[in-house]
Design a protein. Structure first.
Lengths: 303, 406
């Protein structure tokens, strides 16, 4: 069974995503969830969960922050609320949060989302041993590695099939620091969508975002595995995540709908990758090139 | 009277056997090194098993410890051979291994039961529950993420008794260590497997997109950079010690003998001074003076007293720091003639102002008045690397004293 997971930024978008093929919505909010299209509060998460459950769909709540003492202290009441709201799964990267969840003994499942640190089947097996019912794979892995890993693991590995990926997380306000140094107006400038470019690589264009947790830098390209979906399914990689952190509203819904159509077409045996790739290119935001990131590289290419 | 119950260790980096010995001679209670595999410093001189064996024997003879960093984040296949590696480390008598990857932790538990494991800073431990988690798994120590503040450490100490190691000196990642793959994406080098290209220290354009046109947000020709200045908690050691830190870590397995000996010497002296008599402790300006002789960037307190501002990043022209060069190492000294035998490390000569320093925070300035080569022939300069020379010194020196010049 192929599962499509999509980030949701609002109740309205959640509804549209469910109408258009999402099986699971990924939501969350400050200060426990990182890099989300919108920070949602518990009430919004509750409404979205109710909606999803009415349609027999699921909700994962992002608890993927690197937590400091202050967050850990607030985590217990937050998790209690989430348990009351009957959300289905949490995504956790901080071992301290896993420890808290175990202590509480809530019937809440979690997937391990360790970002850059989830790179082998043995690691993921370790987290499965700590109770994880699945795991998010690091974006720096190749498909070859992912396929090998999934064969070795009982738990599903979630693979990002669409969207930007975070390539740097700093605890520092790097934009504010720059603007303060140069005497700019940090507040106004941070409001615009900013990019970094490495002068040695003209085509580079890395989105840079500052929030309460620090600074996040994203990849130049939006990952797309549209062309590789069939290969993934044949090899047991059938948990697909679409990340709309930089792509909002209906545009993202359309992209999710296209991946849903691709799924049905694969199931029907009529999938033509080129055709779907073309259609994706047409609805893709203009300033965001599509690419396959590390997925099609050979493991030996990166060292 | 205030008494220090838990005197922390001074933990120094050692890129090779010579540095290991120097760090310990200059006061380190423990050193951390890299093996031939599974580490993150592929370009630091890493230790063979034979060198490790010699290093461990040297350390243990002097009551010091040796930790081996195996902090790579492994991909499929990378962990091959790790069981033999840990087994061998244990049989050599290594005191602990530093690991961030749980796959390697499991291999280590199985292959070398009883070999203590420290969680690497790459795993970003930032709260007390995370410390408790790793304690419950069986780790003996956690190296904290550099984003943790002093108050947070105090609170961690109240909640858990696992050993806490924290950085006190050296270069810093601007990202949460381990959470940066700039190198992977920019130059196909895996930062978490030893390939970090220091992309955070590069210069970047900063712009927004206005109808497909890039509009620059750079000002005054100042490129955007994420480069951090270095960390130094030298002025705040009482805070670190009172907060309950068990190990004070100095960064820098790639650093020179001059650096490692100087920094170890200073921290040894300062930690001893505080722990011996915390109530009457006062900061010795000579420590500061020494530290600046090997500083490579401006120094700051990182996250210990709050989130770093622009003052803790390298913008504009870097501050000019007077450079000192490692000039020679003392091989021997004759107290009757006051003549020291030296091994040259950098060109120096007669009439130059130099400085000798040795373990125990000993140092004195000296003018080179005379110089002889190996055959006792007077010479003006010592131009050849590793050549043996002799000269008269005004104060006694001992083997392994070092000589630097401006």
């Amino acid at each position: 069974m192929i599962e499509i997971i999509a980030t949701a930024e609002s109740y309205e978008q959640a509804k549209a995503l469910l109408d258009n093929g999402a099986d699971r919505l990924y939501v969350g909010g400050h200060p426990f969830g990182l890099r989300l299209p919108e920070s949602l509060d518990l009430e919004q998460i509750g409404q979205i969960t109710k909606l999803a459950h009415q349609r027999e769909k699921k909700v994962t709540v992002a608890c993927n922050a690197l937590m400091h003492n202050e967050q850990i202290k607030k985590l217990t009441p937050y998790l209690s609320k989430l348990a009351e709201l009957d959300v289905d799964t949490l995504s956790i990267g901080d071992p301290g949060a896993i420890f808290v969840l175990k202590e509480l003994g809530f019937p809440l499942q979690f997937i391990y989302d360790g970002g850059t640190l989830a790179t082998s089947a043995e690691q993921l097996a370790f987290w499965a041993g700590q109770g994880a019912c699945g795991a998010v794979a690091a974006r720096e892995l190749t498909l070859k590695e992912l396929i090998t890993m999934q064969k070795m693991l009982k738990q599903p590995i979630e693979v990002q099939v669409y969207g930007p990926t975070c390539i740097h997380q700093s605890g520092r306000p790097l934009l504010t620091n720059y603007f303060n140094y140069t005497g700019g107006t940090a507040q106004a400038e941070k409001a615009s969508e900013l990019y970094l470019r490495d002068p040695k690589n003209e085509n580079s264009q890395y989105p840079i975002v500052e929030d309460e947790e620090g600074t996040h830098i994203f990849s130049t390209e939006d990952l797309s595995l549209m062309g590789q979906l069939k290969l993934m399914v044949e090899n047991g990689l059938d948990t697909w995540k679409l990340d709309g952190v930089l792509c909002h509203g209906n545009q993202f819904v359309q992209i999710v709908a296209l991946f849903d159509e691709a799924r049905r077409s694969i199931e029907a045996g009529t999938f033509i990758a080129e055709s779907f790739c073309n259609r994706l290119a047409k609805i893709q935001p203009e300033q965001r090139p599509l690419g396959t990131g590390f997925y099609l590289k050979s493991p030996e290419d990166v060292h | 009277m205030k008494k220090i119950e838990n005197k922390p260790e001074v933990l120094a980096p050692a890129g090779n056997l010579e540095k290991l010995k120097m760090a310990i001679r200059y006061g380190a209670d423990a050193v951390y090194i890299g093996g031939q595999a599974f580490g993150l410093r592929s370009r630091a001189g890493n230790f063979s098993y034979e060198e490790m064996t010699e290093g461990v024997a040297f350390a243990h003879d002097r009551g010091a410890k040796v930790f081996v960093a195996a902090n790579m984040v492994t991909h499929e296949g990378d962990a091959r051979g790790a069981d033999d590696f840990f087994k061998t480390l244990k049989s050599i008598g290594v005191d602990a291994v530093i690991i961030s990857d749980p796959a390697l932790i499991v291999v280590c538990f199985n292959a070398a039961p009883g070999l203590p494991i420290h969680l690497s800073t790459q795993a970003s431990a930032t709260n007390y529950k995370t410390l408790e988690f790793w304690k419950s798994i069986g780790l003996e120590r956690v190296v904290l993420a550099r984003e943790v503040g002093i108050e947070e450490i105090r609170e961690m100490r109240r909640h858990t008794d696992i050993e806490i190691e924290a950085f006190v000196h050296g270069a810093m990642c601007i990202a949460y260590s381990g959470r940066c793959t700039l190198s992977n994406h920019m130059v196909n080098r895996d930062a978490n497997r030893g390939g970090c290209a220091q992309s955070c220290r590069w210069k970047y354009d900063l712009f927004d997109m206005d109808n497909g046109e890039a509009k620059s947000h750079l000002r005054d020709g100042e490129p955007f950079s994420m480069s951090a200045v270095d960390l130094s908690m030298l002025h705040h050691l009482p805070d670190m010690i009172d907060a309950g830190v068990n190990s004070l870590k100095i960064e820098g397995r790639m650093k020179s003998i001059h650096y490692v000996s100087t920094v170890s010497n200073v921290y040894r002296s300062a930690v001893d001074a505080y722990c011996d008599d915390p109530e009457h402790f006062s900061f010795d300006p000579a420590w500061d003076e020494e530290i600046w002789k090997v500083a490579q960037r401006d120094l700051s307190t990182g996250f210990y007293y709050g989130v770093p501002t622009e003052k803790e990043q390298l913008f504009g022209k870097p501050r000019t720091i007077p450079k000192y060069t490692f000039a020679a190492q003392v091989l021997d000294y004759d107290p009757d003639t006051h003549i020291a035998t030296l091994e040259q490390r950098n060109n120096f000569g007669v009439d130059e102002e130099v400085e000798f320093y040795g373990p125990g925070f000993t140092h004195f300035k000296q003018t080179v008045r005379d110089l002889w080569d190996e055959d006792g022939e007077p010479i003006d300069r010592a131009p050849n690397p590793m050549m043996t020379v002799t000269m008269t010194v005004d104060a006694p020196v001992e083997p392994y004293f070092l000589m630097r010049k401006k």
